[in-house]
Design a protein around this ligand. Structure first.
Ligand code: 5GP
Ligand code: 5GP
Length: 264
């Protein structure tokens, strides 16, 4: 089924994995609603049966199935009711910017905040600073140089893939992926420009699929006038953060069949 045949995508929930990670390892699992509560009273034997498979997966606590590589269109971040602030380093380029590289499970749930003992260390990033500011600019208010955005992304998402990528490799992987796929060029080559026009969602997804060979996830938000617009593009990547893959599951879209592509 095409991910663009409807706007909402339900999450299938793979319970043993998600539940074990949140209850037994202290790792926060988002994107799933738990039908059980930890303090729920269970007959002793049922509790034993439940604990068996859970303890078996606890040793693979930091496993995940793939990454979402998420890029945001700055025009769509800024023209909303909440507005935006340009980074202290100046207005970013009129280009997609990185939002994050997010470990995910195939069932649509995801781990987050996996290791509070590994805080973001800016000193590891000094020679990457120019690339980070250009490709991963922060647009949230108040204005900043990006370090609080990057630190947030490392703590929330990066620590969940730290068994494979240390902090520097994690950010380098995202920068490399951005370089591999020039989304704005791909869209412009297909006649889809950030000119305030409305474009078919299928056309946008089709242009990207045609260029890179994989179907993207597309997320929309709403501008101040209530128009649905192209906000974020999700590509799926293997657990090494290197190769694009077909998405096992797509994010919630919130798009209509035609969406605005606002200027920036
Ligand atoms: P929102 O609820 O605005 O879509 O997402 C808020 C934040 O939750 C995102 O910026 C991201 O940090 C996290 N998030 C939302 N959906 C997903 C998802 O499908 N996978 C992962 N890994 N994180 C997500
Ligand atoms: P997430 O939605 O990934 O959990 O968190 C995004 C966090 O990073 C929010 O606290 C948001 O204010 C901050 N942030 C800073 N700059 C940006 C930006 O350019 N885009 C987005 N989406 N969030 C940003």
């Amino acid at each position: 089924m095409s991910p663009y045949s409807s706007c909402q995508h339900g999450y299938a929930i793979h319970l043993p994995n998600a539940l074990s990670l949140s209850l037994y390892v202290g790792q926060h699992v988002e994107g799933v609603s738990h039908p059980f509560r930890p303090n729920m009273k269970l007959p002793r034997f049922s509790a034993f049966l439940l604990l068996l498979p859970l303890s078996a997966v606890a040793s693979t606590a930091h496993d995940f199935d793939f990454f979402y590589f998420v890029q945001q269109w700055p025009g769509s971040y800024c023209d909303t009711r909440q507005s935006c602030c340009y980074p202290s380093t100046g207005k970013p380029a009129s280009d997609f910017g990185i939002h994050g590289l997010w470990p995910n499970y195939n069932d649509g749930s995801y781990p987050s905040n996996c290791d509070s003992d590994w805080p973001y260390d800016a000193s590891e990033m000094s020679d990457l600073m120019g690339m980070m500011q250009m490709n991963w600019p922060t647009l949230a208010c108040p204005s900043g140089d990006g370090s609080s955005f990057w630190s947030h992304e490392w703590r929330k998402h990066g620590t969940c893939s730290e068994s494979l990528l240390d902090q520097r490799s994690y950010f380098q992987a995202a920068l490399y992926l951005k370089k591999q796929v020039d989304l704005l060029k791909v869209l412009q080559d297909a006649g889809i420009r950030p000119d305030g026009g409305f474009y078919s969602l299928r056309g946008i997804a089709g242009a990207i699929r045609e260029a890179i060979g994989y179907t993207p996830g597309i997320q929309c938000n709403v501008d101040e006038s209530g128009n649905r617009q192209l906000y974020q593009i999700y590509l799926c990547v293997d657990t090494w953060g290197k190769e694009l893959i077909e998405c096992p599951v797509f994010p919630r879209s919130k798009c209509s069949s035609r969406v605005e592509f606002p200027p920036f």
